[in-house]
Design a protein around this ligand. Sequence first.
Ligand SMILES: *Cc1c(COP(=O)(O)O)cnc(C)c1O
Length: 381
Amino acid sequence: MTAMPADRGPTDRVPVAGPSVTDLEIGYVVEAARGAWYGGAGSFVRRFEAAFAGAVGRQRATALPSCTAGLHLALAALGVGPGDEVIVPDTTWIATVAPVCYLGAEPVFADVDPDTWCIRADAVAACRSERTRAVIAVDLYGGMPDMAALEAELGGAVPIVEDAAEAVGSRIGDRSAGSFGVASAFSFHGSKTVTTGEGGMVLTDDDALWERMLVLRDHGRSPGDTSFRNGEIGFKYKMSDLQAAFGLGQIERLDELVQLKRKIFGWYRDRLAGRDDLRLNAEPAGTTNSYWMVTVVLDDAPPLDRLRAALTADGIDNRPVFPPLSSLPAFAGTAVGRVAKERNSVAYALGSSGINLPSALSIDEADVDRACAALDRALGR
Ligand SMILES: *Cc1c(COP(=O)(O)O)cnc(C)c1O
């Protein structure tokens, strides 16, 4: 099965993100377009959910329009609402925190680990209060937090929700990303390792929580209801069979996709090994990093805007590491934003010294040669 050139789109630049697409996914989508309607509706969604639950090692998986929806459902089903605080890492995509705000709860931004760039147990301890109702642990760029330390800190008193959007295929020991906490959510946005264009999945082993999420995601009605007598106002969060068919092909190729990500990271590691002025994604002993985004953190960081512009001018797409959430205009003026800025030195240092390099599944070794040569030129060394 060969990847089709179409999965790169019309560009001669080296893409920072993007999928691997084969005839397998396309064949399933054609099958869904022909038959997954009315009596056949939901057939590909069920196959995708079952395959995904199996791959992650969780009992229940529900396909959704996005990971944001998954986090929203998990927090809503846990009863998070006004007056509650939810601790989130300061370094992450805004989708981690937006659902906290949708529910009227207050986010509290915790600092991250200097090696994994993920939320740190002692930083969570510093953020806890009587109002803490949940902690969202994010698997950043394919790396994972020290989950054992986090679980020890919380002692089961506060539930963890795992935002595994960026980490399909990562592991701690033999446990997959997405198998931690009371619930977890994945993203299938077009930039992610497994994609459906747009899409997401929420997973749990807790049947009561799962059943609550199923009601909340379908306008407040129970699965199978045909009476249209809705008991409450919920949300409308579903995935279509057309997307699920694509996702089924992708998840059947999961091992191949993760191996490809790891191979791409290896090309960078080999070429950048000689540079002692930068650090790459960490893979602590006993863990497996699926390296969603190859990331370099520069010790004596030049102004990132200039570095990024030089790479872009050389045809090398790139992205800045997420700026701390607490620094965003959405939060910077708030009390929690100001407190976090004082406290979260690691997140702030990362935000001014880290960039993501081309990590699309369609790139080859020559592209990585080009990217590393451009980085050497841009750093002037
Ligand atoms: C991509 C991403 C999300 C959001 O995924 P959507 O499917 O776009 O809602 C959430 N959290 C993290 C860490 C992400 O990278």
